[in-house]
Design a protein around this ligand. Structure first.
Ligand code: FRU
Length: 466
């Protein structure tokens, strides 16, 4: 049966100058969360929430793109199609090396996608969200939906976004982290075969709880320069993000195979005392790849915000992913372990501007890094304030900001430590700007919609008058 609905094409003119070069965008459709990130067969696979027949949210399916360098992506045919009965919401993909699921024939390796079935009004399960499986035995090209779906149903309408990983080596098992979104809890389950799941524990509500919790992830990271490893739990929430709308927080702690225990709980409910992946308005639903060689942990976020995502003025596509970020932990940054995020940089000549700067952090000294069009229009301004030890990205005057009242923003991040300079990397790629400060201990991501490419950087430092 043909379940595709009539395309809802954007009414705006095509905006090729806003298409990033090193940030993935779908050719001509809608995208939200990254899904099913997995490395297999020398290829990185990026699946994503996709409306295959429109440029606004709807008909949720898993789109698909592949890359061998994590910078240039090739869009592939849709991997998992919505049906009349269900939307295919967010989830993850694992490589089932030992064929625990039994989906692979001898000599094959199955990729298994664990996703949320969000049942439509046409379904007897209408209103429910439950977890389902699909598998591929040809390296992610074609997918078969498991006949026994759903495999985990809590009779909940808000149970979603399963992230699955293998825990415990040879005697281990699969662990799923998912959310009860409205309860602001992460729920954990275990399974020997991805088909039957047993409840382990839950985490939360904790720290930022002003919005629903979505898209959790849990993984082990090395603490740089030590022999230590710590577990990191990432949870997106919307609204209630630090900069407004959606945002993603993280907890550093321990996971013993059953329970996640954070090593620090803030004594105040001031959001700036929590740990955030990013300080801009456009970094959401961030999750990591499965099966990357050498235990590298690579993450991708959706460079957008639900506050205005459906109205951003790009055409014929809507939404970009972030650059891929490699993460680890750094010991004792202002008394706590913090996540460090380093981007996989595009090569020169791809059309991306990468600015590397070291800027003073002296009280009274203010530095402005401005990026504008060739004729000095549509400035985006990053201000480094030595007195408050902050960076602030201001997109108020950068081109089209009027398409939504919540878009024009000035987002601020407090720097860490007490150095008297700050190292900044500013990556400008058409309509996405990512700032990595202090070697990636502080990051800030914003979308911008200038009328022409932002090609002209300028740096101005105001010295103290005395
Ligand atoms: C997060 C989210 C997920 C859900 C998906 C639906 O952006 O709301 O919780 O699975 O988007 O598209």
């Amino acid at each position: 049966m043909d379940t595709h609905i009539e395309p809802t094409r954007p009414t705006i003119e095509p905006t090729p100058h806003l298409r990033p070069h090193a940030h993935f965008t779908p050719d001509s459709t809608w995208m939200n969360d990254p899904n099913g990130l997995v490395f297999f067969g020398e290829t990185y696979h990026l699946f994503f929430q996709n409306n295959p027949s429109g440029a606004t949210w709807g008909n949720l399916s898993w789109g698909h793109a592949t890359s061998t360098d994590l910078v240039t992506w090739i869009e592939q045919p849709v991997a998992l199609w919505h049906t009349e009965n269900e939307f295919i919401f967010s989830g993850s993909t694992v490589v089932d090396h030992d064929n625990t699921s039994g989906f692979a024939a001898p000599g094959q390796t199955a990729l298994v996608a664990i996703y949320t079935s969000s049942y439509t009004s046409a379904s007897p399960l209408h209103g429910r969200q439950a977890q389902s499986l699909a598998y591929s035995v040809d390296g992610g090209q074609s997918w078969t939906t498991h006949a026994g779906n759903p495999v985990l149903d809590r009779s909940s309408g808000e149970f979603r976004d399963p992230k699955v990983f293998w825990w415990g080596g040879g005697d281990g098992y699969w662990v799923m982290v998912a959310v009860e979104a409205v309860d602001r809890t992460v729920v954990l389950y275990s399974s020997p075969d991805l088909r039957s799941w047993t409840y382990l524990s839950k985490f939360g509500p904790s720290h930022a709880v002003a919005g629903v919790w979505e898209c959790p992830d849990l993984f082990l990271l090395p603490v740089a320069g030590t022999d230590l490893h710590r577990w990191v739990l990432v949870v997106s929430l919307n609204p209630g993000g630090l900069a407004g709308g959606g945002g993603a927080q993280y907890f550093v702690g321990d996971f013993d195979g059953v329970t996640f225990t954070p090593e620090r709980i803030s004594e105040t409910d001031d959001p700036t005392s929590f740990d955030w992946l990013d300080h801009g308005r456009d970094y959401y639903a961030t999750v990591s790849f499965d099966n990357v060689p050498d235990n590298r942990r690579l993450m991708v976020g959706w460079a957008n915000n639900w506050d205005y995502a459906n109205e951003i003025p790009t055409a014929p596509w809507r939404s970009a992913m972030s650059l891929v970020r490699e993460v680890d932990l750094v010991e004792d940054v202002d008394g706590r372990r913090r996540l460090r995020q380093r981007p996989v940089l595009p090569p020169e000549g791809l059309g991306v501007t990468v600015l590397d700067l070291t800027v003073p952090l002296t009280p009274g000294v203010v530095t402005e890094i401005t990026v504008s069009t060739e004729d000095d229009a549509d400035p985006w301004v990053l201000t480094v304030d030595g007195a408050s030890r902050t960076i602030t990205a201001d997109r108020h005057e950068c081109g089209n900001v009027d398409f939504h009242p919540l878009f024009a923003s000035r987002d601020t991040a407090r720097l860490v430590g007490d150095d008297d300079t700050v190292q900044l990397q500013v990556i400008v790629d058409a309509s996405v700007i990512e700032v990595f400060a202090q070697g990636g201990l502080v990051t800030l991501t914003q979308q911008v919609f200038p009328r022409a490419p932002l090609t002209k950087p300028r740096v101005r430092t105001h010295q103290p008058s005395t």
